[in-house]
Ligand binder design. Structure first.
Ligand SMILES: NC(=O)c1ccc[n+]([C@@H]2O[C@H](COP(=O)([O-])OP(=O)(O)OC[C@H]3O[C@@H](n4cnc5c(N)ncnc54)[C@H](O)[C@@H]3O)[C@@H](O)[C@H]2O)c1
Ligand SMILES: O=c1ccn([C@@H]2O[C@H](COP(=O)(O)OP(=O)(O)O[C@H]3O[C@H](CO)[C@@H](O)[C@H](O)[C@H]3O)[C@@H](O)[C@H]2O)c(=O)[nH]1
Length: 327
């Protein structure tokens, strides 16, 4: 397929681009390089542009015969969205509207959308099915919920079919350490802990120790980025084979606490970096884990790296390479 990938120079997008190219797709990346990197797109074509610029979107969709759009480009930091909500509604919601208008103008028929567990908010149960009512508790989740809804409404009124992938917490790096998370000033738990272990940071904080979990810290379902990337390739295959639009959770269905993750990074790295405890961080749900039965059934997806040690080991190996070589 001829595929356009917005945000393909970013952490998750670049892993997906690599797998799409390997699967024989013709890939164009559209990215403003705000948090992404030119090197990350590998053999795909990179068009530097911003989703706020509809004429740039028209230009990239014109004449390339794009059959599918995978939409990763977004701001992604939950606490930042609480402090600066309009930044999130602008880049995530309004710019998705721009993209949908361009998709509609150019009759693109297939879309894969990067959504998030944050759309569920703080449900009573900790293992979440796709049918749960959406009730985000932070602007990031709300900005993504609105984007999902716009895409679904356009789909109902046109020939567009979609797969919404609701990612849980994405972590790890390619197993050969050639690709990984290079986000500037990253806030993600595993990335931050790996920066501590490799000496790029002096120490870190645990945000909140009074949650109703086994050790008082938040529980998340960490999914290896290569397993997540595989789900995107399978989602495209599903639509190419005439499959219906779908909403699919992407996670392993089990969770680790913040303390468990930090202990694992210390154990695998052999470095005992300083960790302080502090107050809860705004916008954090207590526990999020995926019910992943639907993605297994609909796409036939099976994880290859469902193991915290593998996630941490690959993240650490990447971090060491990145700290040595970053420009
Ligand atoms: N990282 C996670 O744990 C996680 C979890 C759930 C969902 N997601 C979603 O996955 C997607 C990718 O996240 P990531 O972790 O790879 O983040 P990232 O910041 O590494 O990647 C985002 C990419 O989009 C680009 N971008 C941002 N705004 C743009 C714009 N206006 N125009 C063009 N390009 C733009 C950035 O330069 C970057 O390359 C996001 O939509 C995010 O909401 C991520
Ligand atoms: O230095 C840190 C960083 C994080 N945490 C905690 O670790 C957990 C995970 O936090 P983080 O890695 O920042 O991820 P989330 O806030 O859960 O959000 C991620 O996971 C969501 C899906 O669950 C995605 O939608 C978001 O884009 C992505 O940033 C939370 O309890 C944080 O409070 C700390 O205690 N200390």
């Amino acid at each position: 397929m001829n595929v356009l990938v917005t945000g393909g120079a970013g952490y998750i997008g670049s892993h997906v681009v690599r797998q799409l190219v390997a699967a024989g797709h013709d890939v164009t990346v559209f990215d403003n390089l705000s948090t992404g990197y030119r090197w990350a797109v590998g053999d795909a074509e990179l068009v530097v542009g911003d989703l706020a610029d509809e004429s740039a979107l028209d230009q990239v969709l014109e004449g390339r015969g794009i059959e599918a759009v995978l939409h990763f480009a977004a701001h992604i930091i939950v606490p930042e969205s609480v402090a600066d909500p309009l930044k999130y509604y602008s880049n995530n919601t309004r710019n998705t509207l721009n993209l949908l208008r361009a998709i509609d103008r150019h009759d693109v028929r297939h879309m894969v959308f990067s959504s998030t567990a944050a759309v569920y908010g703080m449900p009573d149960q900790t293992t979440l099915t796709e049918e749960l009512p959406l009730a985000p508790i932070n602007p990031y989740g709300a900005s993504k919920m609105m984007s999902e809804r716009m895409m679904m409404d356009l789909s109902a009124a046109s020939d567009l079919r979609y797969v919404v992938l609701r990612y849980f917490n994405v972590a790890g790096a390619s197993t050969d350490a050639s690709l990984g998370q290079a986000t500037p000033e990253a806030t993600h738990l595993i990335k931050v802990a790996c920066e501590c272990a490799t000496g790029a940071r002096d120490g870190m904080k645990i945000f909140g120790t009074d949650y109703g979990t086994r050790d008082g810290t938040c529980v998340r379902d960490y999914i290896h980025v290569e397993d997540l990337a595989k789900a995107h390739v399978m989602a495209l295959d599903h639509m190419a084979a005439g499959g219906e639009s779908q909403v699919l959770n992407c996670g392993y269905g089990r969770g680790f606490t913040v303390r468990e993750v930090i202990d694992e990074v210390k154990r695998v790295s052999g470095v005992d970096f300083p960790v302080e405890t502090t107050d809860r961080r705004a916008g954090d749900p207590e526990a999020l884990m995926a019910d992943n039965r639907r993605i297994r059934q609909v796409l036939g997806w099976e994880p290859d790296h469902d193991d915290l040690t593998t996630i941490v080991r690959t993240a650490l190996a990447w971090e060491e390479c990145w700290q040595r070589n970053k420009q």
